[in-house]
Design a protein around this ligand. Structure first.
Ligand code: URA
Length: 210
Protein backbone atom coordinates (compact mmCIF):
# COMPACT_ATOMS: atom_id res chain seq x y z
CA UNK A 1 0.00 0.00 0.00
CA UNK A 2 1.20 3.53 -0.79
CA UNK A 3 2.03 5.84 2.14
CA UNK A 4 0.02 9.05 2.52
CA UNK A 5 3.08 11.04 1.48
CA UNK A 6 3.61 8.98 -1.68
CA UNK A 7 -0.08 9.24 -2.50
CA UNK A 8 0.11 13.06 -2.25
CA UNK A 9 3.23 13.13 -4.44
CA UNK A 10 1.54 11.01 -7.08
CA UNK A 11 -1.60 13.15 -7.09
CA UNK A 12 0.41 16.36 -7.35
CA UNK A 13 2.62 14.96 -10.10
CA UNK A 14 -0.42 13.91 -12.13
CA UNK A 15 -2.00 17.30 -11.58
CA UNK A 16 1.16 19.13 -12.69
CA UNK A 17 1.26 17.05 -15.88
CA UNK A 18 -2.37 17.93 -16.55
CA UNK A 19 -1.67 21.63 -16.03
CA UNK A 20 1.39 21.54 -18.31
CA UNK A 21 -0.63 20.05 -21.16
CA UNK A 22 -3.83 22.02 -20.45
CA UNK A 23 -5.57 23.73 -23.39
CA UNK A 24 -8.86 24.61 -21.68
CA UNK A 25 -8.50 28.37 -22.18
CA UNK A 26 -6.79 30.63 -24.73
CA UNK A 27 -3.84 31.37 -22.42
CA UNK A 28 -2.21 28.06 -23.34
CA UNK A 29 -1.43 29.41 -26.80
CA UNK A 30 0.82 32.16 -25.41
CA UNK A 31 2.75 30.28 -22.76
CA UNK A 32 6.36 29.15 -22.81
CA UNK A 33 5.70 27.17 -19.65
CA UNK A 34 2.69 26.60 -17.48
CA UNK A 35 3.39 27.36 -13.82
CA UNK A 36 1.59 24.81 -11.64
CA UNK A 37 3.10 25.87 -8.30
CA UNK A 38 5.75 24.51 -5.94
CA UNK A 39 6.66 23.83 -2.36
CA UNK A 40 5.98 21.38 0.42
CA UNK A 41 3.00 19.07 0.02
CA UNK A 42 2.71 19.12 3.82
CA UNK A 43 2.72 22.90 4.01
CA UNK A 44 0.75 24.51 6.82
CA UNK A 45 0.53 27.69 4.76
CA UNK A 46 -0.42 28.06 1.13
CA UNK A 47 0.17 31.35 -0.72
CA UNK A 48 -1.97 32.09 -3.74
CA UNK A 49 -1.02 34.80 -6.22
CA UNK A 50 -2.73 36.00 -9.36
CA UNK A 51 -0.99 34.63 -12.45
CA UNK A 52 2.56 34.02 -13.70
CA UNK A 53 4.48 36.98 -15.08
CA UNK A 54 7.26 37.03 -17.65
CA UNK A 55 9.98 35.43 -15.52
CA UNK A 56 7.64 32.78 -14.17
CA UNK A 57 6.55 31.90 -17.72
CA UNK A 58 10.20 31.51 -18.75
CA UNK A 59 11.17 29.38 -15.74
CA UNK A 60 7.90 27.52 -15.13
CA UNK A 61 8.10 28.45 -11.43
CA UNK A 62 5.92 30.82 -9.36
CA UNK A 63 7.18 34.14 -7.95
CA UNK A 64 10.74 34.09 -9.30
CA UNK A 65 10.82 37.71 -10.58
CA UNK A 66 11.02 40.97 -8.64
CA UNK A 67 7.76 40.34 -6.76
CA UNK A 68 9.12 36.89 -5.88
CA UNK A 69 12.26 38.40 -4.35
CA UNK A 70 10.09 40.56 -2.14
CA UNK A 71 7.93 37.55 -1.28
CA UNK A 72 11.09 35.70 -0.17
CA UNK A 73 11.96 38.59 2.16
CA UNK A 74 8.44 38.67 3.54
CA UNK A 75 8.51 34.91 4.14
CA UNK A 76 11.71 35.36 6.11
CA UNK A 77 10.01 38.03 8.19
CA UNK A 78 7.27 35.50 8.99
CA UNK A 79 9.93 32.95 9.98
CA UNK A 80 9.12 30.77 6.98
CA UNK A 81 11.35 29.13 4.42
CA UNK A 82 10.16 28.96 0.85
CA UNK A 83 10.54 25.15 0.84
CA UNK A 84 8.16 24.72 3.77
CA UNK A 85 5.23 26.59 2.24
CA UNK A 86 3.31 25.98 -0.99
CA UNK A 87 3.09 28.77 -3.55
CA UNK A 88 0.74 28.87 -6.51
CA UNK A 89 -1.49 31.19 -8.52
CA UNK A 90 -5.18 31.37 -9.42
CA UNK A 91 -4.27 31.12 -13.11
CA UNK A 92 -1.42 28.84 -14.15
CA UNK A 93 -0.46 30.43 -17.51
CA UNK A 94 0.76 33.96 -18.13
CA UNK A 95 -1.83 36.39 -19.52
CA UNK A 96 -0.34 38.31 -22.48
CA UNK A 97 1.32 41.58 -21.39
CA UNK A 98 0.46 40.69 -17.79
CA UNK A 99 -3.15 41.78 -18.27
CA UNK A 100 -5.69 40.74 -15.61
CA UNK A 101 -6.90 37.16 -16.04
CA UNK A 102 -10.42 36.99 -17.53
CA UNK A 103 -13.14 35.37 -15.44
CA UNK A 104 -13.44 32.56 -18.03
CA UNK A 105 -9.69 31.89 -17.62
CA UNK A 106 -9.97 31.83 -13.84
CA UNK A 107 -12.90 29.45 -14.11
CA UNK A 108 -11.04 27.10 -16.46
CA UNK A 109 -8.14 26.94 -13.98
CA UNK A 110 -10.30 26.57 -10.87
CA UNK A 111 -10.33 22.74 -10.69
CA UNK A 112 -6.52 22.81 -10.59
CA UNK A 113 -6.47 25.16 -7.61
CA UNK A 114 -9.16 23.07 -5.94
CA UNK A 115 -7.12 19.87 -6.31
CA UNK A 116 -4.01 21.63 -4.97
CA UNK A 117 -5.92 22.80 -1.91
CA UNK A 118 -7.33 19.29 -1.38
CA UNK A 119 -3.90 17.65 -1.69
CA UNK A 120 -2.10 20.06 0.64
CA UNK A 121 -4.99 20.70 3.00
CA UNK A 122 -3.27 23.77 4.50
CA UNK A 123 -4.20 25.22 7.88
CA UNK A 124 -3.85 28.76 6.54
CA UNK A 125 -4.38 30.22 3.07
CA UNK A 126 -2.81 33.61 2.39
CA UNK A 127 -4.08 35.27 -0.75
CA UNK A 128 -1.78 37.77 -2.47
CA UNK A 129 -3.78 40.54 -4.12
CA UNK A 130 -7.38 41.11 -5.11
CA UNK A 131 -7.86 38.31 -7.64
CA UNK A 132 -6.95 35.44 -5.37
CA UNK A 133 -8.81 37.02 -2.43
CA UNK A 134 -11.99 37.22 -4.53
CA UNK A 135 -11.55 33.67 -5.81
CA UNK A 136 -11.18 32.11 -2.35
CA UNK A 137 -13.89 34.22 -0.74
CA UNK A 138 -16.33 33.35 -3.54
CA UNK A 139 -15.42 29.66 -3.47
CA UNK A 140 -16.11 29.61 0.27
CA UNK A 141 -19.42 31.45 -0.05
CA UNK A 142 -18.31 34.82 1.32
CA UNK A 143 -18.74 38.31 -0.03
CA UNK A 144 -15.64 40.45 -0.18
CA UNK A 145 -15.35 44.11 0.53
CA UNK A 146 -12.29 46.02 -0.67
CA UNK A 147 -8.85 44.48 -0.28
CA UNK A 148 -7.84 47.33 2.02
CA UNK A 149 -10.63 46.29 4.39
CA UNK A 150 -9.92 42.57 4.07
CA UNK A 151 -6.14 42.62 4.32
CA UNK A 152 -4.79 41.21 7.55
CA UNK A 153 -8.25 40.01 8.55
CA UNK A 154 -8.40 36.36 9.55
CA UNK A 155 -11.49 34.33 8.75
CA UNK A 156 -12.48 30.78 9.45
CA UNK A 157 -13.73 29.42 6.14
CA UNK A 158 -14.93 26.12 4.72
CA UNK A 159 -13.42 25.32 1.38
CA UNK A 160 -14.29 22.10 -0.44
CA UNK A 161 -15.31 20.60 2.89
CA UNK A 162 -12.01 21.60 4.55
CA UNK A 163 -11.82 23.94 7.54
CA UNK A 164 -9.16 26.54 6.76
CA UNK A 165 -8.07 29.95 8.01
CA UNK A 166 -7.94 32.64 5.36
CA UNK A 167 -5.88 35.80 5.57
CA UNK A 168 -5.83 38.05 2.52
CA UNK A 169 -2.93 40.39 2.01
CA UNK A 170 -1.75 42.73 -0.73
CA UNK A 171 0.14 41.63 -3.83
CA UNK A 172 3.94 41.99 -3.40
CA UNK A 173 4.20 43.56 -6.88
CA UNK A 174 2.12 46.48 -5.59
CA UNK A 175 4.78 47.15 -2.96
CA UNK A 176 7.82 47.17 -5.25
CA UNK A 177 7.82 50.93 -5.70
CA UNK A 178 5.59 51.87 -2.81
CA UNK A 179 7.11 51.88 0.68
CA UNK A 180 3.71 52.41 2.34
CA UNK A 181 2.30 49.27 0.72
CA UNK A 182 5.45 47.40 1.68
CA UNK A 183 4.94 48.41 5.30
CA UNK A 184 1.40 47.01 5.22
CA UNK A 185 2.63 43.73 3.72
CA UNK A 186 5.30 43.51 6.42
CA UNK A 187 2.63 44.02 9.09
CA UNK A 188 0.57 41.23 7.57
CA UNK A 189 3.49 38.82 7.36
CA UNK A 190 4.34 39.46 11.02
CA UNK A 191 0.74 38.60 11.74
CA UNK A 192 1.20 35.32 9.86
CA UNK A 193 4.15 34.56 12.15
CA UNK A 194 1.95 35.15 15.23
CA UNK A 195 -0.93 33.21 13.77
CA UNK A 196 1.25 30.19 13.04
CA UNK A 197 2.57 30.27 16.58
CA UNK A 198 -1.01 30.27 17.91
CA UNK A 199 -1.76 27.26 15.67
CA UNK A 200 0.99 25.13 17.22
CA UNK A 201 -0.29 22.18 19.25
CA UNK A 202 -0.79 23.14 22.88
CA UNK A 203 -0.96 26.85 22.10
CA UNK A 204 -4.09 28.88 22.60
CA UNK A 205 -5.11 32.38 21.74
CA UNK A 206 -6.35 31.90 18.19
CA UNK A 207 -9.63 33.59 19.21
CA UNK A 208 -7.97 36.99 19.39
CA UNK A 209 -7.67 37.02 15.60
CA UNK A 210 -11.43 37.00 15.01
N1 URA B 1 2.75 37.61 -9.68
C1 URA B 1 1.88 36.61 -9.38
O1 URA B 1 0.73 36.85 -9.04
N2 URA B 1 2.31 35.37 -9.46
C2 URA B 1 3.55 35.03 -9.80
O2 URA B 1 3.86 33.84 -9.84
C3 URA B 1 4.44 36.08 -10.10
C4 URA B 1 4.03 37.36 -10.03
Amino acid sequence: MMSEGDEKKKRMHELEEKIRSCDLCPLHAYRKNAVPGEGSLDAKVMFIGEAPGRNEDIQGRPFVGAAGKLLDQLLELAGLKREEVYITNVVKCRPPNNRDPASSEKKACQPYLEEQIRIISPKLIVTLGRHSMMEILELSGHKASSIMRERGKVRNIRLFGLKVLLMPTLHPAAALYNPKTRKLLEEDFLRIKDLLRALEPGESGLERYF
